[in-house]
Design a protein around this ligand. Sequence first.
Ligand SMILES: [Zn+2]
Length: 89
Amino acid sequence: MDDTSSRVTDTTAITHTTTQRKIPPMCQHQPPCPSADSADRESARLVAHHPEQGWSLLCNGVLLFEDTGELLPDGQIIAPHRSQVMTAA
Ligand SMILES: [Zn+2]
C-alpha cells in the first residue's frame, strides 16, 4: 500500500492588495470640477461634445449621453434620469 505522504502544497498566496487607485482625472480646472463619483458629476465641464453621436465627454471622464444616461470612467452605467429639468437661471 502506497502511503501517500500528505504533501503540503505550497499555496503561493498572492496577496491581491486591491489598490483602489482612482483614475487620474482629466480635469485641470481650478477649482477642480466634481469627480466622476460625485453626485454633482454632471456639472463638470465638457471636453468633447458630439451631438450628432449623442454623447459628450466631461473633464472628469464621465460620458454623458443625450438621453441623460452616463458612463463613468470605471465602467459603471448610470441610467437616464430625465426628471432633471434644466432650468435656465
Ligand atoms: Zn474640469
